[in-house]
Design a protein around this ligand. Structure first.
Ligand SMILES: [Zn+2]
Length: 369
């Protein structure tokens, strides 16, 4: 289907609005596996959560597309990212750190493959560097890719690589995934547990935050432990953002945000992208796909009630986590929007949740159109 037809179809559907989403791992799922006979970005698949045809069906206009370095260099196509976090887990164990040289090579290849996909997309996919470019894509039905690193292992502690990757389109960066690196410490996938699990940012981590502020790169607080979080609060002059997290008061997973953290994000004019990972949504912390999508609504309602409707959005973790089977994949987003509407969110609130809050935070952070 060509873009003009698709745009018309989208415009004529009254209860869809463009959705911009805080986090997916689709780049990791597609490119290496495609060579091994897996799915393509351009073909509708039943595997995984996101491809271009399904994005259009679901009204998914774009999002932060993450590159996270797989733990095992020998098995880059096998990346079980979110390990189970159940009550039966024992011990608090972070995954081991990864080597910087390996991480930089992996990331450079992944960024290159992303631009190859764009080149093969016949204008249907664009890497966006400004909010004006992002809005143009949402208006025109072009899939908008914001390049995000989930963990800064590819960047040397002296930060020269940050400037190179910025020029290559990097506009969003989580200092850590759920493991230690040169910049700080992540939280384990553990329930129930406080996010206060270790030391704060290193000196290199503090310099990284300052450099991101100077360049206009969004700093993502998801996966960072609580002391690191408060270090960023003290250092950063941009809105605070967690791209894919939920409310610790409802689901006391170490990956979720305490009320004090939520309050700080709200006071900074920031955004929480609510994660669809079932273990971070359910009161019992279990990894079960048979989880109602109203669990997402519950977290969005809690966060919007506590810190305001301007500070909550989606952070699906498509292609990176087990999500409620009622959502299923990106084509289930209209069902989630309908559930929010049925819960009482009006059209203005839904526009904020689906895209306007993300656009505001990005415009304030990127410091340009
Ligand atoms: Zn994640």
């Amino acid at each position: 289907m060509d873009i003009a037809e698709e745009k018309e179809e989208t415009m004529n559907t009254p209860d869809t609005m463009p959705i911009f989403d805080g986090h997916n791992d689709t780049l990791l799922q597609l490119s290496p596996i495609k060579r091994a006979g897996g799915r393509s970005l351009f073909e509708r698949s039943k595997q995984g959560h996101l491809d271009l045809p399904r994005a259009r069906t679901g009204g998914f206009g774009g999002g932060m597309f993450a590159i996270c370095v797989p733990p095992n260099p020998d098995q880059p196509d096998v990346f079980v990212k979110e390990t189970p976090a159940t009550k039966t887990d024992v011990g608090i164990k972070l995954q081991p750190a990864v080597d910087h040289t390996y991480a930089q090579q992996f990331t450079l290849s992944a960024v290159g493959r992303m631009f190859r996909l764009v080149a093969e997309s016949n204008g249907q996919v664009q890497v966006v560097r400004t909010v004006d470019e992002l809005e143009h894509c949402l208006d025109q039905g072009i899939l908008a890719v914001v390049l995000h690193f989930e963990g800064a292992e590819a960047i040397d502690p002296a930060l020269d690589g940050l400037y190179a990757f910025y020029e290559a389109g990097l506009r969003s960066l989580g200092p850590v995934w759920s493991r230690p690196n040169a910049f700080g410490y992540g939280v384990p996938f553990k329930f129930p547990l406080s996010p206060d699990t270790g030391p704060g940012l290193t000196e290199a981590g503090r310099e990284l935050i300052r450099a991101c502020n100077r360049l206009g790169i969004l700093v993502d607080l998801s996966h960072l432990n609580e002391r690191g979080f408060w270090d960023v609060v003290r250092l950063s002059d941009a809105p605070l953002v967690a791209t894919h997290s939920a409310a610790h008061a409802l689901t006391p997973s170490a990956r979720n945000l305490t009320d004090a953290q939520l309050d700080a994000i709200g006071e900074s004019n920031g955004v929480v992208g609510v994660n669809f990972y079932v273990a971070d949504l359910r009161a019992d912390g279990r990894v079960e796909a048979d989880t109602p999508l109203t669990e997402v609504v519950r977290h969005i309602d809690y966060i919007s009630t506590r810190i305001g409707i301007d500070h909550v959005a989606f952070g699906s973790d498509f292609d990176g986590a087990t999500i409620p089977q009622e959502i299923g994949d990106v084509t289930g987003l209209p069902r989630l929007v309908d559930a929010l509407r049925a819960h009482g969110f009006d059209e203005q609130a839904l526009r904020k949740i689906t895209h306007e809050n993300w656009l505001r935070a990005l415009r304030l952070t990127w410091r340009q159109g």
